[in-house]
Design a protein around this ligand. Structure first.
Ligand code: ATP
Ligand code: MG
Length: 582
């Protein structure tokens, strides 16, 4: 129970211009969040927001506990040692993701990082304490503030530099046991997001160089989402574009012809090449030079792919298992290949070169491609002819809407945008091997434990919800995570009968366990209604003029439906409405 007249409360007529996302604007305007000293990516959660976060937290905990997972809490301040053990200190500090600090001076100084994630901390907790297969499996989770120095913090709570995450880590003695928990988490996550009122989709996600089918993301569908999802409902297939596979459209037919060198002066793009030679882009093999940065320095990589397709750099990075990847500059192309970009052939020789051919190019016949000499291309080229040797074939293509589904080729992929709400991941032994998290198996042999990890963006979730659930007047919270179930508007506090009736109803509702916010401010009724709409509380009760007939007005925020209810029946009516909206 809260009364506004004596609360900290504010709303804003306008959101700052830099807030572009609807959720960001509405959460700012409704006073749920405020940036700390205008610093980007740092927000104070006001009292309303905190109530929402508690409700999300409760749902998350209920679903986690129902699977047998146990809540714990790990330090946010983490010594560099454990990150060096796992090999992630360099990665996380070099790209600047981790906020780091030093304790002490000179040789004695100890380095720390503020936890962006907790695999290392959990592994350190578990190792040595769990020794036998008999103690496995188990699953520990926490709900805690994480720190990440995001390069582009934006959209308010969507991408902060400090945010709340639920992160869980499970430990197993066998792949079957990990699989069981993974499936349990898949269901628990689906329950959580459904209970929070989100329109979401589980999609196959990139799982780094480990590969396999070991990772799903749960995406809230929204235009503003930073991820692209490809899906085929007929085959129940859905994947993040980083991971998605498809069957590209057939290459267009070409008239019969034979291998020939043609002049193509000054061309640079596939489009120019296609226009000049009068051939479709689907009959061109383009050859793109990258630079991959690995543990032992960088090396050139050539990818040959069909002219109308794009290289999926996530897939390429995974294939190479490299730390970083970038396109070679024009100068590098000239220096290494001895030609201008656009004229490299699939058979170029460069010292230390990794050559990969995407399937789309590998399957192509009678194509045009570069010949390693400026201003010429060949046409009607085929692998295995004219000295053109087919290199290592890989799946490096970026799937896109309109491509055929690889599971059901008569169906076509569609796309949507999504906000990542959560991520479940079979880590395997990625951390347990370097950190020595071992157990004695049934046969006595010492083995590394298998691990799974499961994250939910607790503070991102309400922002995603607002993105999906609002109108031009404000937020529309679902009952499950609304800051209050009912807002009770005392229309005119100057009028004693109205004021008294509102006060009485307020205590009646409160005593019945309804979460009620009383608007007893000395403001005009219009101002209060505007604020009530902006706040998005599911039910509004107004004690106003109708009181003379012994009635109050109940309005459902979502549908806008208004009913007049006898004052004495208001409690029962609200209880029924809450049940219906829950
Ligand atoms: P993203 O691709 O959006 O950066 P991520 O892959 O880095 O997410 P994880 O490390 O899997 O995310 O973290 C688990 C969850 O935490 C994500 O699914 C997301 O909901 C949330 N999350 C991640 N980064 C942020 C952030 N900067 N602000 C708010 N929530 C975040
Ligand atoms: Mg991230």
């Amino acid at each position: 129970m809260t009364r506004l007249a004596t609360s900290f409360f504010f709303t804003l007529r306008e959101a700052p211009a830099e807030a572009v996302a609807v959720s960001h604007r509405l959460l700012l305007r409704a006073g749920f969040i405020r940036p700390l000293a205008s610093t980007s990516g740092l927000y104070t959660y006001g009292p309303m927001m905190q109530r929402v976060l508690h409700k999300v937290g409760r749902i998350v905990r209920e679903e986690m506990d129902a699977t047998g997972a146990q809540e714990a809490l790990f330090p946010q301040l983490q010594p560099a040692e454990i990150w060096k053990e796992s090999g992630r200190w360099t990665v996380y500090t070099q790209d600047g993701t981790m906020f780091t600090l030093k304790d002490g001076e000179g040789e004695q100084a100890r380095e720390y990082g503020l936890g962006p994630t907790h695999e290392e901390a959990v592994c350190d907790f578990v190792r040595g304490m769990v020794n036998s297969y008999r103690q496995l499996p188990f699953h520990l989770y926490q709900v805690q503030t994480k720190f990440r120095n995001e390069k582009r913090p934006r959209f308010g709570l969507m991408r902060g530099r400090e945010f709340i995450m639920k992160d869980g880590y499970s430990f197993h003695s066998s792949p079957a046991s990990l699989e069981m928990t993974y499936q349990q988490m898949y269901r628990a996550y689906s329950n959580m997001f459904r209970r929070c009122g989100l329109n979401f989709r589980a999609v196959e996600a990139d799982s780094g160089a480990i590969g396999g089918s070991g990772s799903h993301e749960f995406m809230a569908l929204a235009e503003i989402g930073e991820d692209e999802i490809l899906y085929c409902d007929a085959a129940s297939y859905a994947a993040n574009v980083e991971k998605a596979v498809s069957i590209p459209a057939h290459p267009e037919p070409v008239a019969p012809g034979h291998y020939e060198i043609r002049d193509t002066p000054g061309i640079r793009t596939v489009e120019e090449q296609a226009a000049l030679l009068g051939i479709p882009a689907t009959r061109i093999v383009k050859n793109i030079l990258y630079v991959a940065l690995g543990e032992n320095g960088s090396r050139p990589v050539l990818v040959s792919i069909r002219g109308d397709r794009q290289v999926n750099e996530t897939k390429l990075k995974n294939r190479l298992d490299c730390l970083d990847l970038r396109l070679a500059t024009d100068a590098e192309v000239s220096e290494w290949a001895g030609v201008r970009p656009g004229f490299i052939g699939p058979d170029i020789e460069i010292p230390d070169l990794v050559k990969l051919v995407d399937r789309s190019a590998a399957e192509l016949t009678d194509f045009s491609t570069g010949c390693n000499r400026d201003d010429i291309q060949c046409v009607y080229a085929n692998w295995g002819q004219e000295g053109l040797v087919l290199g290592e074939v890989a799946e490096l293509d970026t799937a896109r809407a309109g491509d055929r589904c690889h599971l059901l080729p008569e169906a076509v992929l569609e796309n949507a945008r999504g906000i990542e709400l959560g991520h479940i991941f079979k880590l395997g032994c990625k951390y347990t091997i370097p950190m020595g998290v071992l157990f004695a198996a049934e046969d006595g042999e010492l083995k590394p434990m298998l691990m799974g990890c499961y994250g939910v963006g607790v503070s991102r979730l309400p922002a995603a919800l607002v993105e999906q659930s609002h109108d031009r007047d404000g937020i529309i919270w679902p009952m499950s995570i609304a800051p209050y179930q009912v807002i009770l508007v005392s229309a005119n506090v100057q009028l004693a009968p109205q004021k008294e009736a509102a006060e009485q109803l307020y205590s009646e509702l409160g005593q019945a366990g309804i979460e009620v916010l009383l608007d007893d401010r000395e403001e005009r009724a219009g101002v209060k209604f505007k604020d009530a709409d902006l706040l998005g509380i599911p039910l509004r009760v107004t004690v106003g003029r109708d009181l003379e007939q012994g009635l109050v007005e109940v309005k459902v925020r979502k549908s806008g439906a208004v009913s007049k209810v006898a004052l004495g029946e208001c409690l029962a009516y609200l209880q029924e409405q809450i049940r219906l909206l829950s």
